[in-house]
Design a protein around this ligand. Structure first.
Ligand SMILES: Cc1cc2nc3c(=O)[nH]c(=O)nc-3n(C[C@H](O)[C@H](O)[C@H](O)COP(=O)(O)O)c2cc1C
Length: 424
């Protein structure tokens, strides 16, 4: 008796997989493996030692009561972060607020030049600054106050002043409403007014470029490119591991317990999708699925998902320096808040950014060669669609008119991310 061919498995939303042309041997070659030393835990003592080394500058800081600082931290705490890894620790001492990169929460080898981390930390600074403005305070942010190397763990020192006149920034009212929404959109045209509101959100950042593509033709072209990069990521051993083992929280209980990662309930997947995803957990199973011809069905779903957008935004920086990345994070958050205000939903796509950065920064040898060749082609297509010259793309998001999310992501408790120094 002839067996029925296995049915294609649909995996939608952010999990864009087409496998057929791709895998020769999905297991990365040995050359691509990188050993990273585990990060030294960032204890309150170590943060105090940093704080003691940073000179009290001429800029006078208004000494805030710690209860006020907590209000500011609670605004920063709900900022978005890559894979919801919340790579921050805050330390308040001597009227100054220190923001640290909590290295034990990030994976250096999966985040070239710490782009994802600095974007997330920039978003946290922007949230904090918006809340401060609302409370009549001005934040003076000094990025990376210590010189190079280990000192990069200290990302910023923030001092405060009382504002002389009242400043208003409407975006503060959207801090809680902002979220990542992975639901499909209805392709409705964005109005001129909303386009200009979103563009205005980044006007203040001299070195950050922003393009908002909203013609159907460009959205479809970008959707195809983004979809392909997302799927390629899954077939690189490290990307696969990060995605399936580090980022995803398979059950509500595990999301609640770790208070980080991506809760699968926020991804709007059907039972069939989830079954497909569970199978993909094993790279060998993914290879089998490709042999069964599941790839084409999955590719179709992926392209449809991204092209359901009403617009696709791209942020750029002149070079991938830590200062620009941090500032781009502030810009990213402002665009996200402005889109939320305009009634649009937002979903970032980081796989193209990370892999394009590897290709552009001569680190393609960290990828299996067949895959890096594909990323090169995809980058050239991308650069041509959004007319990039020498600038580096640093963030891509799609804007949709879509249903609201039903489940919100968790955050670490304030006590886990906020510490008070000896001189507070
Ligand atoms: C730098 C960065 C990269 C991200 N990349 C992706 C991505 O590739 N796909 C996605 O669906 N969400 C992505 N996100 C969204 C995060 O997963 C999300 O912010 C986090 O889970 C917290 O959820 P919230 O935004 O709903 O508060 C990214 C966010 C940031 C800041």
């Amino acid at each position: 008796m002839q067996k029925d061919p296995p049915q294609p498995i649909a995996v939608s939303g952010r999990f864009f997989l087409d496998i057929e042309e791709l895998i020769t041997d999905p297991v990365a070659n040995k050359e691509t493996e990188v050993d990273i030393e585990p990060a030294e835990p960032l204890t309150a003592e170590r943060m105090q030692a940093y704080a003691d080394q940073v000179l009290v500058s001429d800029v006078l800081s208004y000494i805030l009561d710690t209860s006020i600082v907590k209000i500011l931290i609670n605004a920063a705490r709900i900022a978005p972060s890559a894979g919801n890894n919340q790579p921050w620790k805050w330390f308040y001492d001597n009227g100054r607020l220190f923001l640290f990169h909590s290295r034990e929460r990030t994976n250096a080898s999966g985040d070239i030049h710490n782009i994802g981390t600095y974007l997330s930390l920039g978003a946290a600074i922007e949230n904090l600054s918006l809340r401060a403005t609302q409370m009549g305070l001005i934040c003076i942010v000094e990025p990376f106050p210590m010189v190079g190397g280990v000192g990069d763990e200290l990302v910023a020192v923030i001092r405060f002043r009382i504002a002389e006149k009242e400043e208003k920034d409407e975006l503060v009212h959207f801090l809680e409403a902002r979220c990542t929404n992975r639901n499909s959109g209805n392709k409705m045209q964005i109005s001129e007014m909303q386009i200009s509101e979103i563009n205005d959100a980044v006007e203040q950042f001299a070195n950050i470029g922003f393009r908002l593509e909203y013609s159907r033709e460009k959205i479809d072209q970008l959707a195809a490119i983004i979809g392909k990069t997302e799927k390629l990521r899954i077939f690189i051993e490290q990307g696969h591991k990060e995605f399936f083992e580090t980022e995803i929280r398979w059950t509500a209980e595990s999301a609640e317990k770790t208070k980080d990662g991506i809760d699968l309930r926020t991804v709007d997947l059907s039972l069939k999708d989830i079954t497909g995803l569970r199978l993909m957990k094993d790279l060998r199973a993914a290879k089998l699925l490709s042999e069964w011809g599941a790839g084409k069905a999955i590719e179709k779903l992926s392209a449809d998902g991204v092209s359901s957008a009403s617009g696709i935004g791209v942020l750029t920086v002149p070079v991938l320096s830590k200062e620009f990345s941090l500032n781009a994070g502030r810009a990213m958050e402002r665009v996200w808040l402005a889109a939320t205000k305009a009634g649009l939903t937002v979903q970032p796509f980081f796989a193209p950014i990370h892999h394009f950065a590897l290709i552009r920064n001569h680190m393609e040898h960290t990828l299996p060669s067949a895959i890096s060749a594909q990323f090169k082609v995809l980058y050239d297509e991308f650069a041509s669609v959004v007319a990039l010259k020498s600038e580096e793309p640093i963030f891509i998001f799609r804007f949709c008119y879509a249903e609201d999310v039903k489940v919100r992501t968790f955050r670490l408790d304030t006590e886990d991310i906020f510490f008070i120094g000896n001189n507070a």
